[in-house]
Design a protein. Structure first.
Length: 628
C-alpha cells in the first residue's frame, strides 16, 4: 500500500505489570474510545500525556489478507489509526515517545485489548486470523506479553489458531539472545509467528532460518512493479520456493495494481494484501469474508491455459489430520487405532497446515523411563505439547503446477510427501508415489505437445505462452526465426542433413535461452520461436545476434569442403535452373510489445510479423524489430 514505511501497525501488547494473568482475566478494564475524537496534540508540549488520555483517541482499522486464488479471507491485520489526534506523527513516534516516558507497556496493552475487542465483533472470526504486529521491545520483555495475550484470548473466546503474531523488521533479535529466547517462547505458547516485511531491515534470512515462521510477508519494495521488473520476479520466485519448502505460507503485502496481483499469483504467493483487495476500514460492518475484488481480477484474467488442478486433486489422499491443540494421549490413540499410519498431518483450528507428527517421535517418549508419568505431569504440560513434536513438511497449493510441487518435494528428500492446501487450508496429503504418477502423466501430455524432432515446445505451448504474455504488464519481445536458403540446402544434401541443421539450431537455442524470462518453441520445419518476458529490448537483440552468429559458424560443418571454401552451393532454383545460393543463415523478426500495453488484434500482429520478416531478410545483420 502507498506509503508502506508509514504503515500504521499495531505495535502492541505490553509489559503486564498492570494486566493480570489468566486467572484474573475478568479484571481487565475495557478501553472505550473517546467518541468526540478530540485532538490531544496541543497537550503534547506540556509534558508526557497519561496513557489513558492517548488511548481514548486511538482507533483500530482492519485490512483483509485473502487467498490469492479465491478472495476468501484468511485474516485481518490490525492497523493503528488516529495517532495524529494523539499528538504523534506516526505509530513509531508514539511508541518511541511512550518508551521514553516509561509507560509504553500500558499503552501497548490497551491497544492490543482494543484490537481484540474489535476483532471479536467480526462474524465468522472463529475461522480467521487476527494479525498483530508486536513491538520488538515488548516481545523481548518476555513473560508479560504472553500473559496479556493468553488473558485476552480467553476473554474474547479465541484460540491460538486465531492469532498471527507479526515480528517487525525494526528490532534486531539476533543481537539480543534474551529477547530471541522470549520470541521462541512466544511461538511455543501460541504456535505461530509471522515474519513481517521480509527483505527489509532485520527481517532477513538469518531471522527466517532461526524463527521458521509459519507465514512470510514480503516487503512492499519487492512487490512494487514486480510485473515489469525481472530481478524482482527472480527474487520472489526463489523466496516463495524456499518458504514453501520449509512449510511457510507467503503473503504478497502492499499489492496495489492488477498487474502486481497477477504476477504474485503466477509466482506462487498464497495470500494477498493491499489496495487491490481492499483498503483498511475502522468499521467492522464493512469487512467481508470473501472479497469480490479478487473474484473480479480472476474473471478478467483472460489466460485460459490448462492447469494441473484436476490431475493433482485426483491423487490427493484425504488423510484426516490432528489438531495442534490436541493432547498427546489422543494422538497416541489415533496411531493405535490405525497401525498402518506412521504419521498424521497437523493443522491448527483454522485449518492451516502446520507439519507432520510421526509415531517414531512419540514412541521415544512412550518407551523412555518414566515417559508416561512425565507426559501426564501438569507442570511439564508445555514441554510435552503436541506442537513441540511437529516436524516441518513441504506445503503446496492445489493450484500449483505439478512441476512446482515436485520441485518443493525434491528439495526435501526425507519428506514423505507434500501437504496440500486450498485457500490456505489443509485439503489433503500428496504421497511421493502419487506425485510420481502425476509427473508421469504430465510427461505424456508434454510429449504430445512437443515437436517430435527437436522436443521443443510445439504450437499449443507457444500459443499458451502468447496468451500469458498478452496479460503480462512487463515488456515482451517475440522473435520468429527461420532459415535463409534452406530449400536448396535440403535439396542438395537431403532430408537427413536438413534435420541435422534443424537439430543444431534447436540445441543452440535451448542452450542460449535456458535462463528465466525466456521461452523457446519450434513452430515447425525451419521456423522457431523465442519469447522474452520482462527483458530489455537491447539485451534480447544482443542475445539473438549471438545465436545467429553461432549458427552461421557451426552449420558450415554440414557442408562439403568445396562448398565451405566457395561460401555457396549450386542447386536448382524454383524455375529448375542451377544457381548459386549462400550458406545457411537465420533471419530473426522481433515483435516488441511495450510494458503496460495490451496485445493488439491477431491480424495486426500477423501483419507486424510479416513486415519484420521481410525487413530481417534484407538486413545485413538478419534482425529486424517492429513495435506493436
Amino acid at each position: 500500500m502507498a506509503g508502506r514505511t508509514a504503515k500504521p501497525s499495531v505495535r502492541s501488547a505490553a509489559h503486564m505489570d498492570e494486566l493480570p494473568g489468566e486467572a484474573d482475566m475478568n479484571n481487565i478494564t475495557p478501553v472505550y474510545l473517546n467518541p468526540q475524537r478530540e485532538s490531544l496534540a496541543p497537550e503534547r508540549h506540556r509534558g508526557p500525556l497519561a496513557h489513558r488520555d492517548i488511548v481514548q483517541v486511538l482507533d483500530i482499522a482492519f485490512q483483509p489478507i485473502v487467498d490469492i486464488h479465491s478472495g476468501r479471507v484468511f485474516g485481518f491485520e490490525a492497523l493503528l489509526r488516529n495517532v495524529a489526534a494523539a499528538g504523534f506523527t506516526c505509530p513509531l513516534d508514539l511508541f518511541d515517545s511512550r518508551a521514553a516516558a516509561g509507560d509504553l507497556p500500558e499503552v501497548e496493552s490497551a491497544i492490543v485489548q482494543l484490537a481484540f475487542e474489535r476483532f471479536a465483533r467480526i462474524p465468522g472470526r472463529e475461522n480467521i486470523k487476527l494479525f498483530l504486529n508486536l513491538d520488538g521491545r515488548t516481545i523481548a520483555a518476555g513473560e508479560p506479553i504472553r500473559s496479556t495475550l493468553a488473558a485476552l484470548k480467553r476473554r474474547y473466546g479465541l484460540s491460538e489458531a486465531n492469532l498471527a503474531i507479526e515480528v517487525s523488521e525494526r528490532y534486531d533479535f539476533n543481537a539480543n539472545p534474551v529477547g530471541f529466547r522470549a520470541l521462541l517462547d512466544l511461538r511455543a505458547e501460541f504456535g505461530s509467528l509471522t515474519l513481517d516485511d521480509f527483505g527489509a531491515g532485520h527481517a532477513n534470512l538469518q531471522m527466517f532460518y532461526h524463527v521458521e515462521p509459519n507465514i512470510l510477508k514480503l516487503d512492499r519494495f519487492i512487490i512494487s512493479s514486480i510485473g515489469s521488473d525481472p530481478k524482482k520476479t527472480v527474487f520472489v520466485q526463489h523466496i516463495v520456493k524456499m518458504a514453501h519448502l520449509l512449510g511457510s505460507l507467503v503473503v504478497a503485502e502492499g499489492v496495489e495494481t492488477p498487474q502486481e496481483y497477477y504476477a504474485c499469483r503466477e509466482l506462487g504467493c498464497d495470500l494477498v494484501q493491499g489496495y487491490a483487495v481492499a483498503r483498511p476500514t475502522t468499521d467492522v460492518n464493512e469487512l467481508e469474508l470473501s472479497y469480490a475484488s479478487v473474484v473480479t481480477l480472476l474473471a478478467r484474467d483472460r489466460r485460459k491455459k490448462e492447469t494441473d488442478l484436476d490431475l493433482v486433486t485426483s491423487q490427493l489422499e484425504a488423510l484426516e489430520p490432528v489438531h495442534l491443540d490436541q493432547d498427546l494421549d489422543s494422538v497416541f490413540e489415533r496411531f493405535r487405532e490405525d497401525p498402518s499410519r506412521s504419521f498424521f498431518p497437523v493443522i491448527d483450528r483454522v485449518g492451516v497446515p502446520c507439519g507432520l507428527i510421526h509415531e517414531r517421535d512419540l514412541k521415544a517418549i512412550l518407551y523412555s523411563k518414566y515417559g508416561r508419568d512425565l507426559l501426564h505431569n501438569r507442570h511439564r504440560r508445555r514441554q510435552w505439547a503436541l506442537r513441540t513434536f511437529v516436524r516441518p513438511c513441504p506445503v503446496a497449493d492445489v493450484n500449483s503446477s505439478a512441476e512446482k510441487i515436485l520441485e518443493v518435494f525434491a528439495s526435501r528428500p526425507e519428506a514423505e510427501g507434500v501437504l496440500m492446501a486450498a485457500e490456505s487450508r489443509y485439503t489433503g496429503f500428496l504421497h511421493a508415489r502419487s506425485l510420481l504418477r502425476i509427473i508421469n502423466e504430465k510427461n505424456l501430455q508434454l510429449a504430445r505437445d512437443q515437436n517430435p524432432l527437436t522436443k521443443l515446445a510445439g504450437n499449443i505451448l507457444i500459443q499458451e505462452y502468447l496468451a500469458d504474455a498478452a496479460e503480462t504488464s512487463g515488456p515482451q519481445h517475440f522473435a520468429y526465426l527461420d532459415f535463409d536458403f534452406f530449400k536448396p540446402f535440403n535439396d542438395k544434401y537431403g532430408f537427413r542433413t536438413g534435420d541435422r541443421a534443424i537439430l543444431m539450431c534447436a540445441g543452440i537455442l535451448r542452450s542460449a535461452f535456458s535462463r528465466a524470462g525466456r521461452f523457446v518453441g519450434h513452430v515447425g520445419g525451419d521456423d522457431f520461436f523465442v519469447g522474452f518476458s520482462g527483458i530489455d529490448g537491447d539485451e534480447a537483440i544482443t542475445e539473438l545476434r549471438a545465436v545467429l552468429e553461432k549458427f552461421r559458424s557451426d552449420v558450415e560443418s554440414l557442408y562439403a569442403p568445396e562448398d565451405r571454401r566457395n561460401g555457396y552451393i549450386k542447386a536448382p532454383s524454383r524455375s529448375g535452373k542451377n544457381q548459386r545460393f549462400p550458406l545457411l543463415t537465420i533471419s530473426a523478426a522481433v515483435i516488441h510489445k511495450a510494458a503496460g500495453r495490451p496485445l493488439p488484434p491477431i491480424d495486426h500482429v500477423s501483419a507486424a510479423i510479416a513486415e519484420a520478416k521481410k525487413a530481417a531478410k534484407l538486413s545485413p545483420e538478419k534482425i529486424a524489430r517492429v513495435d506493436i
